[in-house]
Write a protein that binds this ligand. Structure first.
Ligand SMILES: NC(=O)c1ccc[n+]([C@@H]2O[C@H](COP(=O)([O-])OP(=O)(O)OC[C@H]3O[C@@H](n4cnc5c(N)ncnc54)[C@H](OP(=O)(O)O)[C@@H]3O)[C@@H](O)[C@H]2O)c1
Length: 339
């Protein structure tokens, strides 16, 4: 028999759990990230805690990489901007110097034109940055391309090329950085994954596979080295306004999706995404989800209640998830693509 006190205790605990769940659920309606990142964005460290540190960013010539660089530059964080298009990197450098309002000078931002696929040069590029600044504090692996294609129609050549870019080049550069951080005694590696790397969204088979692979590599790295002052961060944005969709792979080698975003699409701005990435880096968060409603609650359901997620998908169909992601219906997959 439970005593009166025990009953009261159970009621209080039950009410507490219910209230916690309720506040969580209501909060998810209003916020554009998971709860941990939301909390750190308000109560955690500002990116200004990285002032004077050096962040090496890949894919910094546009989109999320560009806007993370800008968000960090505002706080006087020194930058290594890398991608293939030098002209775009120079443009991003000029914006970063401007928004830094005198906190950064020309020497504080190093532009390195670099093709991620050229893995034999990674060591040289990284050393170039170390020589220029004397050290590097954070490697942010952000370069990557997406995909739109039917799962069974994907040519194996596309699988291989996408894994070369989204996985093997990232892992190779990370290895260069981890060896350097081992010698230095501390460091931080981060990579841009995707909500697609958590959910497995339809019509992006290779892309999801590549981002899931990143989770495997990075989570293992964290478990293996996390106790040795090596921080490992996975950033998982949802749909964001960038060039990303146009540049996406399809199922055929050499083809690009070629269908851009529209202003009316439901996507986060790259600026907001960059700000949140900067906060996640400053607070050394292991994994962050960044997306507009209803994607964040959907990810919580998929991760914590997979049965409910599967039932929902069975009822609504994969087309509903595609529409949520691209703000279009799947007929667009049959449109003509550019090479
Ligand atoms: N936008 C989204 O909705 C979304 C959602 C989830 C995750 N993401 C992830 O966010 C990351 C950045 O994408 P984004 O949305 O910002 O698209 P983006 O504007 O197209 O940026 C992609 C960046 O990657 C660089 N890049 C591509 N191929 C490269 C190569 N071979 N070598 C070096 N750099 C290369 C591009 O620079 P160059 O062309 O100058 O080389 C560019 O700076 C990707 O990893 C992507 O998976 C994006």
């Amino acid at each position: 028999m439970l005593s009166k006190f025990d009953k009261m205790l159970f009621q209080v605990i039950g009410a507490g759990v219910f209230l916690y769940g309720l506040i969580h659920s209501i909060l998810l309606y209003f916020i554009d990230s998971d709860i941990e990142l939301w909390f750190y964005n308000i109560f955690g460290k500002s990116p200004s805690c990285l002032k004077g540190q050096v962040v090496f960013i890949t894919g910094a010539s546009s989109g999320i990489g560009e806007h993370t660089a800008i968000a960090l530059a505002k706080h006087g964080v020194k930058l290594v901007l890398t991608a293939r298009r030098k002209i775009e990197l120079d443009r991003v450098k000029r914006i970063c110097l401007e928004v830094s309002k005198g906190k950064l000078h020309d020497r504080d931002i190093l532009v390195i034109p670099m093709d991620m696929m050229d893995i034999n040069s990674h060591q040289d590029y990284f050393e170039q940055a170390v020589q220029h600044f004397g050290h590097v504090n954070i490697l942010f692996n952000n370069a990557g391309r997406s995909q739109r294609a039917m799962w069974e129609e994907i040519d194996m050549a596309v699988d291989k090329e996408m894994f070369e870019l989204n996985v093997f080049s990232v892992i190779n550069l990370t290895r260069v950085a981890v060896k350097y951080f081992n010698d230095r005694g501390k460091g931080h590696v981060a990579a841009t994954s995707s909500i697609a790397g958590v959910l497995g969204v339809p019509f992006s088979g290779t892309y999801c596979g590549s981002k899931f692979a990143l989770h495997g590599y990075y989570n293992t790295l964290r478990n293996e080295k996390g106790h040795k002052n090596l921080c490992v961060t996975l950033l998982c944005p949802g749909p964001t306004f960038t060039n990303f969709l146009t540049e996406s792979f399809t199922g055929k080698p050499g083809e690009k999706y070629g269908i851009g975003t529209r202003p009316t699409d439901k996507r986060m701005t790259a600026e907001r995404c960059g700000e949140l990435c900067a906060v996640a880096l400053a607070n050394k968060i292991p994994e962050s989800w960044i997306a507009l409603f209803p994607l964040i609650p959907l990810v919580y359901i998929a991760v914590y209640f997979p049965f409910v997620f599967r039932c929902g998908l069975k009822i609504l169909g994969p087309e509903a998830l595609f529409k949520l992601r691209d703000s279009r219906d799947t007929s667009v997959l049959n449109e003509v693509h550019t090479v």
